[in-house]
Write a protein that binds this ligand. Structure first.
Ligand code: CO
Length: 134
């Protein structure tokens, strides 16, 4: 069911510093910073030949990544995003298998303008999983 690894998301305490590490030290193609107020994060996308890295910084008081950063002050891998051909079908299959979909269980439009869902880390080997309709 799952297809390509769309991105790996890394939460960082200092987005500008993290972007510089990827740009200068690692020599990657790094986007500008974009505030995503509806998601409570600021993003920087790093394009690799086979996938993307998404650097996430806190935006606003109710940022959904604030708790993660408190537990991981140096930052860390936050989630993996896999592509699926049909997100509604994927959701139904996962729910039928007993997996927990976070939030209301309905796909939302994610940072790339496509429908996404998040799956409970306890059901997926301790890793928060995002599904994005390809
Ligand atoms: Co993501």
């Amino acid at each position: 069911m799952i297809g390509r690894l769309n991105h790996v998301a890394i939460v960082v305490p200092d987005l500008a510093a993290a972007a510089e590490i990827y740009r200068k030290t690692l020599g990657a193609k790094v986007s500008d910073m974009v505030d995503q107020p509806e998601h409570g994060v600021t993003t920087v996308f790093i394009e690799l030949p086979n996938t993307k890295i998404e650097l996430l910084g806190v935006l606003g008081e109710d940022s959904p990544i604030a708790g993660f950063l408190k537990r991981n002050p140096a930052g860390g891998i936050h989630h993996l995003c896999y592509e699926v051909p049909d997100i509604g079908q994927a959701r139904d299959r996962l729910v039928a298998a007993g997996a927990r979909v976070l939030g209301k269980g309905e796909p939302k439009i994610g940072a790339h303008g496509k429908p996404v869902l998040f799956l409970h880390p306890k059901d997926f080997c301790g890793t928060l999983v995002e599904l994005e309709q390809a």
